[in-house]
Design a protein around this ligand. Sequence first.
Ligand code: COA
Length: 351
Amino acid sequence: MDRGLDRVAVDGLYLATLGFSGWQLGNAAAIAAEEAGRPGLPTLRVENACASGGYAIQLAVDAVASGRRDVVLVVGLEKMTDVSNARRRYWLGVSGDTEWERLAGLTFAGVYGLMASRYEAEYGPVRDALTEVAVKNHANGALNPNAHFQKPVTREQVNSAPSVAAPLGLYDCCPVSDGAAALIVTRPEAARRFTDSPVYVVGSGVSSDHLAVQERKFITRLDASRSAAEEAFRNAPVDRKGLDFLELHDCFTIAELLALEDLGFAARGAAGKMTLSGATRLGGRLPVNPDGGLKAKGHPIGATGVSQAYEVFLQLRGQAGARQVGGAEHALTHNVGGSGATAAVHLFSVG
Ligand code: COA
């Protein structure tokens, strides 16, 4: 049973947002506290590009675990659709390298397109697997009333879509979305005051990498994802085999395959085969992105990492409706900033 939470119990607030399109709003976290009916709260705006939400969750967990705060509100939000296409491209680009990438005209779709091309050169054709990621995540999004896209797409639609950055087409890309999500992070004993069925954060890891892709040793691996996972699993009471589903950062379809490998769920070059086997579908051995992922649920930058944890919260409490992963007790979220300069990984369990 949920007993609810009076807002006076909240004693801290983290706001995850890029501040897309240059709102020209400094001190935005203070405004969030005011809007939440708690002016005067200690607040912080967290900005680590698309990984802002994941980082904000770790800050909240640390604040509570250290005893400094008792009940922390984590909010993620982004408003992206109220600007022109040119301004949108500009604001999407600010989280990438300027000298070597932006000034050469490279967008994030372009960077992930290069990763996909290189992946094909190293491991062979990947188009079928990318298409499967898009079809699967749109099918899941169709079961999520909060998804940006709630319509399934066919393999033919994906394969005949306009090219965005070869080999990636329209359905290989996440959309530009508006959205917000919020969580309450508190101590286990305190959580029982509010609900009989809390969800526990049992592992938390964050990391970073060179901003410019050309500085990295590999472009078919996101090392920040690997090291964030290493931190999250260190001392965690659950291992990879114990997880029931994953929320992965599929900003582009190739990113879902790279994440399966970087996080240790598939061998290098084997994520495509795993995906094509149906293992990552709802009902498969290890469902990935039951909420539709960034691909179909949408990717409102600062909100994304928080919304992944919200999906885990619903799933682990058996409240995910038509997209419920049967008997889910343990799950992982993975949130990446830009092309992998930052990453956050969290592990959650019930009981
Ligand atoms: N997947 C599926 N459909 C999409 C889509 C996507 N990613 N993006 C747009 N559409 C659809 C729209 O709903 C619209 O459909 P309609 O004609 O039936 O209404 C149509 O395609 C055209 O939409 P529009 O907004 O004009 O598309 P666009 O060409 O301006 O933008 C992308 C398409 C892929 C370039 C844009 O979504 C994009 O930049 N995505 C990546 C965002 C990003 O980089 N985020 C950061 C990641 S690190």
